[in-house]
Write a protein that binds this ligand. Structure first.
Ligand code: FE
Ligand code: FE
Ligand code: ZN
Length: 280
C-alpha cells in the first residue's frame, strides 16, 4: 500500500497529530520540531509521547518525519548562526530519541557568497559534531531548488556532504519533487533518467522519503513555490508516476502543498487512487 501523509501542525502534540493524520486518511505525517522560524521547542510531554506511540503502533503509522526549522543554516558565514544550527539540531535529535526509528529532515543551508565548497565543509562539520553513535533517528538532507545560494541544488552537492560525514549510516536523503524540478531535474519528462542519475551519484539506497509537491514554476526556475497536486507545472500524471515508480513506491510520501486539512485529505485519497490503479 502507498504510504502517504502531509505536513501537520505540531502545536497540540504528538497524539493529536496521530489522530489528525488518521482522520484525513494519512499513514504518516511531517511536523516542525519547533516554530519554523526557530526558537525553543515545547517541553516534551512523556504521556503525550506514550499515547502517540501506542496509537501509532495500533494504527500502523510509520516513519514520521520531523522537519528542522527553516532558519537553521549550518553554513552561514556568521559563527553565531552556525552555532544556533548545531545546538538546535543536537537538541532536536535528543528529543527524537523518545520516538525512535523515524526521520529528521533539514535544509542543508545557504552559503551566501562563501561558495558551495565552503558550505559543504560547514554542513558536514556540523553533522560530525551532532551525530552520535547509537542514535535512532535517520537524518535526511533535503534536495533544494537552488534559490539564492542554497546548498543541495544538485545530487553532487548532497553526495559531497555525505562523503564527509563519519557516521554516514545515520544519513539519508529526502527528495522534494518541487525542489528537484525547480533545480532542473525533469521528473515529468524523464523520471527514469533522473532516478538513474540519483542512483549513480548518491545511490537509491540513501533515498528515504519524498516530499510530494507540484511547482508553480517551470523546470529549472530555481524558485521553490509549491503548488497543489495537479495545479502546477509538474502535473498530476508526472506526480502519479513518482508515487507509482517501482524504485519509489515503497517509500513514505509527504505532501507540503498549500492546503488546509480537507485539501490534504482529498490529495491523499487522489494519490491512493492513482497508486491503486497504476495511473501513470
Ligand atoms: Fe523542507
Ligand atoms: Fe520539502
Ligand atoms: Zn520548498
Amino acid at each position: 500500500m502507498l504510504k502517504i501523509g502531509c505536513h501537520l501542525s505540531s502545536s497540540k502534540g504528538y497524539a493529536a497529530m496521530g489522530r489528525e493524520a488518521r482522520r484525513i486518511g494519512a499513514d504518516t505525517f511531517q511536523f516542525f520540531t519547533r516554530n519554523p522560524r526557530g526558537g525553543s521547542a515545547k517541553q516534551l510531554d512523556p504521556e503525550d509521547v506514550a499515547e502517540f506511540l501506542a496509537f501509532a503502533r495500533e494504527q500502523g503509522i510509520e516513519k514520521i518525519l520531523a522537519h528542522a526549522p527553516y532558519t537553521l543554516n549550518a553554513c552561514s558565514a556568521d559563527p553565531h548562526v552556525r552555532e544556533f544550527a548545531r545546538n538546535t539540531m543536537a537538541d532536536d535529535l535528543e528529543r527524537l530519541e523518545y520516538t525512535p526509528g523515524n526521520y529528521y529532515n533539514f535544509h542543508p543551508g545557504s552559503h551566501v557568497k562563501q561558495g558551495a565548497e565552503k558550505g559543504i565543509e560547514y554542513i558536514s562539520g556540523m553533522l560530525n559534531t551532532v551525530l552520535k553513535p547509537g542514535q535512532h533517528t535517520t537524518v535526511l538532507l533535503e534536495t533544494m531548488s537552488g534559490k539564492g545560494s542554497e546548498v543541495g541544488r544538485s545530487f553532487e552537492e548532497l553526495r559531497a556532504i555525505l562523503d564527509r560525514v563519519e557516521l554516514s549510516d545515520q544519513m539519508g536523503v529526502c527528495l522534494d519533487t518541487c525542489h528537484v524540478w525547480d533545480a532542473g531535474y525533469d521528473i515529468a519528462g524523464n523520471l527514469d533518467g533522473v532516478l538513474e542519475e540519483f542512483d549513480r551519484i548518491i545511490g537509491l539506497g540513501r533515498l528515504k522519503a519524498i516530499h510530494l509537491n507540484d511547482s508553480m514554476n517551470p523546470l529549472g526556475a530555481a524558485k521553490d513555490r509549491h503548488a497543489k497536486i495537479g495545479e502546477g507545472r509538474i502535473g498530476l500524471r508526472a506526480l502519479s508516476g513518482v508515487v507509482c515508480h517501482p524504485a519509489l513506491r515503497e517509500l513514505p510520501f509527504y505532501l507540503e502543498t498549500p492546503n488546509d486539512l480537507d485539501g490534504y485529505a482529498r490529495e491523499i485519497a487522489l494519490m491512493k487512487e492513482e497508486w491503486k490503479n497504476g495511473n501513470y
